[in-house]
Write a protein that binds this ligand. Structure first.
Ligand SMILES: C[S@@+](CC[C@H](N)C(=O)[O-])C[C@H]1O[C@@H](n2cnc3c(N)ncnc32)[C@H](O)[C@@H]1O
Length: 402
């Protein structure tokens, strides 16, 4: 049998011969949300076309998760052993310990409400395979969607830039969590041959910074260029602390020449800040509330929540406190006008072809219904709203007027 046919038949047998057991797993998982686009694509390509399409006509809730768990078991064991087991005529490719392992993963998900990404400890994000662990936020499909669109824009714009730049294109990922956004941009630019790029990833939480550093090393190793991790700076910051912002820019601005200050500033600021309005927190899924860090989600900074919930005012009620601060910081953090966003209209970033693509200086993910308020906060800039793949206003992208 040719290798491709053999692979397909192994894949089919692997899933089909354990039907009652797998159906039980699938039923238990059916109440879970479907996973992100990259997860589905990875699985589809890995399993071959013999499997039901995850988001097409045959969509069945829980099937993605079921396949994802099985995929992990396959990965741990290695395909050779599966071939060997089938060659020996075993009725099922899952042995006793693998069934036990599958069951225990499933129980963690269904009884302890543990998110599947934490159970597997990794997840795809665009071109990356990221490590994830509690309590750092699990990157969401909507973030993956706009980060991939932005990465395409950057490749198009920087790839055709006729301006020879000696200093690197500097990207700041504030509130970096797992490092997903900044590392995706760095990785994709690097793969596209755009190497003069430096990325700073900053977060309040040490747990997030450790994970970001681990992901930077993992991505560099996977790309076969360990040096890539050296171009990354990972730093602890409270974005509400003026001292921390000064340190980020390399010291006291009063003592610096303008040229030094510009050298410490950034060409692009990306940020997916906490933005859930505090009153929405009780209604979130228990897998989120029990496992993910509230400081990564609630759109009022921890210190304001602890002091007095009223201190955050109406921005606080709407989960907008981080955006107000980011709008205030933008002129200090960004180098003056390198690229311009041309319109204030609503655009779908994935529709922009490479010729008309415009490069923003600040790209902020926003929660549902928050985009226009954030656009108002950035009134001194040209801005645009990007919709996500589900038609929701998901990003405000802006640039200083020339
Ligand atoms: C919504 S998560 C985003 C994580 C990641 N960028 C992503 O998209 O998956 C927000 C992050 O902001 C961080 N954070 C919360 N308060 C902060 C503050 N005052 N200063 C800096 N980072 C903060 C949290 O630790 C968390 O990692």
């Amino acid at each position: 049998m040719n290798p491709i046919r053999q692979r397909l038949s192994v894949s089919k047998t692997f899933f089909n011969q354990d039907r009652p057991f797998l159906r039980a797993v699938e039923r238990r998982l059916a109440r879970l949300q479907p996973t992100g686009p990259a997860a589905a694509a990875t699985l589809d390509s890995d399993l071959g076309s013999g499997e039901p399409a995850s988001h097409g006509r045959d969509f069945r809730p829980g099937w993605d998760e079921c396949r994802w768990l099985l995929q992990e078991i396959k990965r741990r064991r290695g395909n050779d052993q599966i071939h060997e087991r089938l060659r020996r005529g075993k009725a099922t490719p899952l042995d006793r310990s693998e069934r036990r392992s599958l069951l225990s993963m499933m129980l963690r998900i269904t009884r302890a409400n543990e998110p599947i990404a934490y159970v597997l400890q990794n997840m795809p994000f665009g071109s990356l395979d990221l490590a994830v662990r509690p309590p750092t936020l699990i990157p969401r499909p909507e973030t993956e969607d706009w980060a991939c669109a932005l990465s395409k824009q950057l490749i198009a714009a920087l790839g055709r830039s006729s301006v020879a730049r000696e200093e690197p294109f500097r990207i700041l990922d504030l509130c970096c969590g797992s490092g997903c956004i900044g590392l995706l941009l760095l990785h994709d630019l690097h793969i596209a041959g755009i190497k003069n790029v430096a990325v700073t990833l900053a977060d309040l939480k040490e747990s997030a910074l450790d994970l970001t550093m681990e992901n930077a090393q993992r991505i560099a190793a996977a790309a076969g260029t360990p040096d890539l991790a050296q171009t990354v700076t990972v730093t602890q910051i409270d974005l509400f602390s003026d001292g921390n912002i000064r340190d980020l820019l390399g010291g006291a601005p009063g003592n610096q020449q303008q040229s030094q200050l510009d050298g410490a500033r950034f060409d692009l600021l990306v940020c997916n800040p906490p933005y859930i309005p505090p009153n929405d927190w009780p209604g979130l899924d228990s897998s989120v509330k029990e496992w993910e860090d509230p400081d990564a989600l609630i759109g009022v900074p921890r210190h304001a929540r602890l002091e007095d919930s009223n201190t955050a005012g109406s921005d606080g009620e709407q989960g907008l406190v981080f955006y107000r601060r980011l709008a205030e910081l933008a002129p200090r953090l960004l180098r003056p006008g390198f690229h311009v966003v041309e319109s204030t209209s609503v655009v779908d970033s994935r529709d922009s072809d490479t010729k008309s693509a415009v490069l923003p200086q600040i790209v902020l993910e926003v929660g549902q219904g928050q985009a226009s308020a954030v656009q108002e906060m950035l009134a001194g800039m040209n801005s645009a709203i990007w919709k996500d793949a589900w038609g929701v206003d998901r990003v405000v992208a802006a640039s200083f007027r020339q």
